[in-house]
Ligand binder design. Structure first.
Ligand code: ATP
Ligand code: MG
Length: 419
């Protein structure tokens, strides 16, 4: 057997200390905000049958064609570690008969897996918070979902990212736009990047968000969706934007914003750090923090009845980078055991402190003479030192406010100690 310690898998992270605090802060804030908007919590499987993602996302997407962790299980069935939440939630909606709850607002968070080239803000196991409204075709659903995203970012203290908004129209508008894009890009095919040449027939919308320098010169003049929007699709988009204005959510129009996945219709959006902002500096080139849109076509691709839906997801790691490292909270009280004869008493007492809802640590390891100094160094405001007098009975010292002295004396009285 090798004696070498195995290394972590490339693209995974061990998150600890101040970074873990930032991560937890994102999740806690999301949990609080999703309750304000009455989104119901769901817990989803980490893996699904491969076809759940292949059929939902479409074979031509980056995620399905290059990024999925798929494997055959011992029964020979092809399974995939979820690369996103939406497809699994849509599957659950259909297989559990959640239609009865429609319009259903759900939220979740957890790990996702994509085989990508690891770099800053891009991992192979990453985490998202996710919110979906299923069974609501009204633009008001988009507005509410976006207002929640906007409030979440503000409550996280992130004020320098802006909602970039587009519409992909309804199926008919999107199809007409797609055909026009194919015509336009076909004429310059030879000059496009290999990747865009490949996308040309299958997924031409994706060329619009190409970052390749060879494609860029052709992007500005590419046909715009607005020329192809049906009256209905225009009205839908107008209702979304006026709802956002009413909700006080700032947005900018991003005509070439498309989402990578096939199932999107109408609203598509991303929250992106403002140019030159602190958030832009923190995220580098991985600039989208939160993205989503309306996916009215998805349920049908999974064999369900047509069901309108809209949702978003945000990378927890990227949000945590914007939040920045957060201090771990100091203990309300540290109980220092200066004489090990008081250990049992201290264990009883610290239980009382914690049961009363205060955070507490016991300093009872290492040299007894050094424990007090260590407690002082930790920055705790209140320190209770438990030792013995000459006769071997309890001798307690408290460093802290009068309020805390009183509180601790009361607990010591109750626990049969004397002070
Ligand atoms: P990108 O253009 O950055 O690849 P995407 O379009 O693949 O993003 P989505 O599938 O919409 O991203 O996921 C929503 C959010 O999840 C992203 O905005 C980002 O914050 C986060 N995210 C996506 N992929 C990763 C990853 N590999 N590592 C970390 N976070 C990620
Ligand atoms: Mg991606």
């Amino acid at each position: 057997m090798s004696t070498k310690t195995p290394q972590a898998i490339r693209g995974t992270q061990d998150i600890f200390g101040k970074d873990a605090e930032a991560f937890a802060f994102v999740v806690e804030t999301f949990e609080r905000v999703r309750r304000l908007y009455r989104f119901r919590r769901v817990e989803m499987p980490v893996f699904e049958k491969t076809e759940v993602f292949a059929r939902s996302l479409g074979e031509t997407t980056d995620v399905v064609s290059k990024e999925m962790y798929s494997f055959d299980d011992r029964g020979g069935e092809s399974l995939t570690l979820r690369p996103e939440f939406t497809a699994g939630i849509a599957r659950a909606f259909l297989t559990n008969g959640w239609q009865q709850y429609a319009p259903l607002k759900v939220a979740t968070h957890g790990p996702l897996f994509r085989y990508e080239r690891p770099q800053k803000g891009r991992y192979r196991q990453f985490h998202q918070i996710d919110a979906e409204v299923i069974g609501a075709g009204e633009p008001q659903a988009d507005v509410e979902l976006l207002a929640m995203a906007d409030q979440l970012l503000k409550e996280l203290g992130i004020h320098d990212v802006t909602l970039h908004l587009n519409t992909l129209g309804d199926a008919e508008s999107r199809e007409a736009w797609r055909a026009a894009l194919i015509d336009y890009f076909r004429a310059v095919k030879d000059q496009l990047s290999e990747e865009s040449q490949e996308r040309l027939e299958k997924n031409p919308l994706r060329i619009l968000d190409s970052k390749d320098a060879r494609d860029k010169p052709f992007l500005a003049d590419a046909p715009k969706i607005d020329a192809f929007l049906s009256e209905e699709a225009s009205a839908f988009f107008a209702a979304v934007t006026s709802g956002l204005d009413a909700a006080g959510v700032k947005w900018v129009r991003a005509e070439s914003l498309v989402r990578g996945l096939d199932y999107y219709r109408h609203t598509a959006f991303e929250f992106i750090p403002d140019e030159g902002s602190a958030s832009a500096a923190a995220l580098g080139s991985q600039s989208t923090v939160l993205g989503g849109g309306r996916y009215d076509g998805l349920m049908e691709s999974l064999g369900g009845a047509p069901t309108p839906a809209v949702g978003w997801a945000a990378g927890i790691e990227r949000l945590a980078m914007l939040v920045g490292a957060r201090e771990e909270a100091k203990a309300d009280v540290i109980i220092v055991v200066e004489d090990d004869r008081q250990l049992s008493y201290a264990i009883g007492l610290i239980g009382m402190v914690r049961n009363s809802g205060y955070t507490a640590d016991l300093a009872a390891t290492g040299s007894p003479r050094k424990r007090y100094d260590k407690a002082v160094k930790s920055g705790a405001e209140t320190i209770l030192a438990l030792g013995c007098d000459d006769k071997g009975s309890l001798a307690a010292r408290i460093r802290g406010s009068d309020e805390w002295k009183q509180r601790l004396h009361k607990m010591m009285d109750q626990s049969g100690g004397h002070s």
